[in-house]
Design a protein around this ligand. Structure first.
Ligand SMILES: Nc1ncnc2c1ncn2[C@@H]1O[C@H](COP(=O)(O)OP(=O)(O)OP(=O)(O)O)[C@@H](O)[C@H]1O
Ligand SMILES: [Mg+2]
Length: 359
C-alpha cells in the first residue's frame, strides 16, 4: 500500500506483467511494462514443438486437458529464459475448450447480488457439478451476463505449473477474454462487434467481442492440424510435407496440377471451421439482436495464405489479422517482426494486460 502511494507520488516506477498462452503445440509469452499510463511490449517469445504432427502425445496440451506438468514446467522455464522475461507476475490464458461458457439473462438486480443469483442459475446451465468448478462472469448489459466456469482441477494444474516454473500466477482467464481485451479494447468509435476466429493447432476458438468485452464464446476441435492431416491423407504425402505445403501455398491457387489440387482440397476443410464461425455469428445475433460487423483472424492458422480473402467472401464483412498493439507500443524497428506475429501473440498480450488490472 505504502509502496504504491510513493510510486504515485513521484510518478515513477514501472510495473511489469507477463501473459502466458500454453497452446497445444507451442507456448507464447508477452511481457509488458507500464509506466505513466504507457504500456510497452518489452519481451516476447514463442516456443514451438512440431512433435504433435508425428505423435499424438507430443502435444503440450491435449484436448482432454492432460497437461503434462513436469514437461510444461520445463517449457515455460526455457521460454522465459530465452525471451529474457524479467517479471515473475504472470497471467495465464486457458484454452477455450477448458472452460464452459454461456450467456444468461438476469433480472435487474444490484451488482452485489449477481454472484449469488449466478451461483443459483449456474446449476441449470453447467453440465458439471457446481462444487467442481470456479465461476466467473462478464457483465454485458443491464440484464445479461456471460457466465464462465472453469474446472477446479484445471485451475490447480495451472497453479502448480506456474509455481513450479517460479512464477506468481496473479490471474487465470479463458483465451476469449484475453483476445477480447487485446483486440477490441482499443476499438475506434463505431467499429462494432467483431467475430474473432482463433485457429490454433488442435482447436479453433470462436468468439464475439466489442470494446474489450467478450460477448459469446465457442470452439471446435477442427483446426490447423485437421487441415494438415487432411492434406497429408488426400495427397498421400508425409505430414511434415503437408504442413509445409499448407503454409507455403494455402488457399492460393497459382496454376494447375498440384497447386490447384491443394487449394481444392483445403477449401472444404476450411469451410468446416467457417461453418462453425457462422453458427456462432447467428447465435450472437439471436442473443443480442445485432450482427457482427467485422472478422478478426487470430492464431497460427490465421496465416494460411489466401484465408483473409476467402473469409471476406464468405462472410461479406471486412476481415483483418489480429494486431494486439492498439494500446501497446513497441520500438519501431521491431514492426516488421511484430506485425506478422500479431495472430500468434494476441492471447499472450491480452493476458499480460490483465496483469495491470490485478495490481
Ligand atoms: N503460415 C501458416 N499457414 C497456415 N497455417 C499455419 C501457418 N503458420 C502456422 N500455422 C498453423 O497454426 C497452428 C498453430 O497455431 P497456434 O500457435 O495458434 O496453435 P496453438 O495455440 O498451439 O494451438 P491451440 O490453440 O489449438 O491449443 C498449426 O496448426 C500450424 O499449422
Ligand atoms: Mg492457441
Amino acid at each position: 500500500m505504502a509502496f504504491g502511494f510513493f510510486k504515485k507520488l513521484f510518478g515513477g516506477g514501472t510495473d511489469y506483467a507477463v501473459g502466458v498462452d500454453i497452446g497445444t503445440t507451442s507456448i507464447k509469452m508477452a511481457e509488458l511494462s507500464r509506466e505513466n499510463g504507457v504500456t510497452r511490449l518489452v519481451n516476447y517469445g514463442t516456443l514451438d514443438t512440431l512433435e504433435y504432427l508425428e505423435r499424438d502425445n507430443g502435444a503440450i496440451q491435449a484436448n482432454s486437458l492432460k497437461l503434462f506438468e513436469q514437461e510444461t514446467i520445463r517449457y515455460v522455464k526455457t521460454l522465459a529464459d530465452r525471451a529474457g522475461i524479467r517479471t515473475r507476475r504472470a497471467v495465464a490464458s486457458l484454452p477455450a475448450f477448458a472452460a464452459f461458457s454461456t450467456v444468461i439473462d438476469i433480472p435487474p438486480i444490484p451488482e452485489n447480488e449477481i454472484v449469488q443469483a449466478l451461483q443459483f442459475k449456474a446449476r441449470q446451465y453447467i453440465p458439471l457439478p457446481i462444487s467442481s468448478v470456479s465461476l466467473d462472469f462478464v457483465r454485458i448489459g443491464e440484464q445479461k451476463v456471460l457466465l464462465l466456469a472453469i474446472p477446479n482441477d484445471t485451475i490447480a494444474k495451472y497453479k502448480a505449473i506456474f509455481k513450479g516454473a517460479g512464477f506468481d500466477l496473479v490471474a487465470l482467464e479463458t483465451e476469449g477474454v484475453s483476445l477480447a481485451r487485446a483486440l477490441t479494447l482499443g476499438d475506434e468509435e463505431g467499429a462494432g462487434p467483431a467475430l474473432v476466429i482463433d485457429i490454433g493447432a488442435r482447436s479453433t476458438a470462436i468468439s464475439v467481442a466489442e470494446r474489450g468485452l467478450l460477448f459469446l464464446a465457442g470452439q471446435t476441435d477442427f483446426a490447423g492440424a485437421s487441415l494438415t492431416h487432411g492434406v497429408a491423407s488426400s495427397l498421400g504425402i508425409a505430414v511434415r510435407r503437408a504442413e509445409d505445403l499448407k503454409r507455403e501455398r494455402g488457399l492460393v491457387s497459382v496454376g494447375f496440377g498440384a497447386d490447384q489440387e491443394l487449394s481444392t482440397l483445403l477449401f472444404p476443410l476450411v469451410d468446416v471451421i467457417l461453418d462453425e464461425a457462422k453458427r456462432l455469428r447467428e447465435r450472437y445475433s439471436a442473443a443480442y439482436g445485432t450482427d457482427a460487423k467485422r472478422v478478426i483472424l487470430s492464431g497460427g492458422g490465421a496465416n494460411l495464405p489466401g484465408l483473409q480473402d476467402y473469409v471476406h467472401k464468405r462472410f461479406d464483412l471486412p476481415v483483418s489479422k489480429a494486431a494486439p498493439y492498439a494500446r501497446v507500443s513497441y520500438p519501431l524497428p521491431s514492426e516488421s517482426v511484430l506485425v506478422p506475429l500479431g495472430p500468434t501473440l494476441a492471447v499472450a498480450v491480452g493476458a499480460a494486460e490483465r496483469g495491470f488490472e490485478e495490481a
